[in-house]
Design a binder for this molecule. Structure first.
Ligand code: FES
Length: 191
């Protein structure tokens, strides 16, 4: 497998939200990524002894073109078998994330510590609910996003705000941040 530039994948965006079809689509996506990673892991001892190519090393990172993601919407890409939410926040969504009092938060973290300086509209989080690991809804503007405008986990009702911070349990923690960097204003590299 080679380093790939992922165009925004509509696997989740195009699927009916919250239903089995959407979950199946996502599972297919994850299963494919998992199989690829598994193959890489199996092959690793041999390849490692042969000076691994950049193609092999690239399994650990994914480059994403974020230019086509409209404001107010988001996409899901897969990195190391995990769903990564890339959300293009509106000015109002950024403002609500910045303005909230940290005292109101279950896991208090300022918005500025969850985004990259100079790229505040973009929130990149690992899309796995910190309760029991479901994939929350909310990337599409038509998805349910809960009372705080971010994501709603349909499994047990946890809600996240527009900074991906948990605002309503039972999830105990914010959506985690993956390692990533902006390589240009419209491209990010995850991993
Ligand atoms: S897994 Fe998300 S609320 Fe339970």
């Amino acid at each position: 497998m080679s380093a790939s530039t992922h165009k925004p994948d509509n696997g989740l965006m195009g699927a009916p939200h919250g239903n089995d079809a959407g979950k199946r689509d996502f599972l297919k996506l994850v299963a494919g990524a998992g199989a690829a990673v598994g193959l890489g892991a199996l092959a690793w001892p041999l390849i490692d002894s042969m000076n691994p190519s950049s193609d092999v090393l690239a399994l650990s990172s994914v480059e994403v073109d974020i230019a086509p993601v409209p404001e107010g919407s988001g996409i899901t890409v897969v990195w190391r078998g995990k769903p990564i939410f890339v959300r293009h926040r509106t000015p109002a969504e950024v403002k609500s994330a910045v303005d909230v009092s940290l005292a109101q938060l279950i896991e208090p973290v300022a918005d500025k510590d969850r985004v990259k300086a100079g790229h505040e509209p973009w929130l990149i989080v690992i899309g796995i609910c910190t309760h029991l690991g479901c994939v929350p809804l909310g990337n599409k503007p038509t998805d349910p996003r809960g009372d705080f405008g971010g994501w709603l986990c349909p499994c047990h009702g946890s809600q996240y705000d527009t900074a991906g911070r948990v605002r309503h349990g039972p999830a105990p923690a914010n959506l985690p941040l993956p390692p990533y960097a902006f390589t240009t204003d419209t491209k990010i590299k995850i991993g």
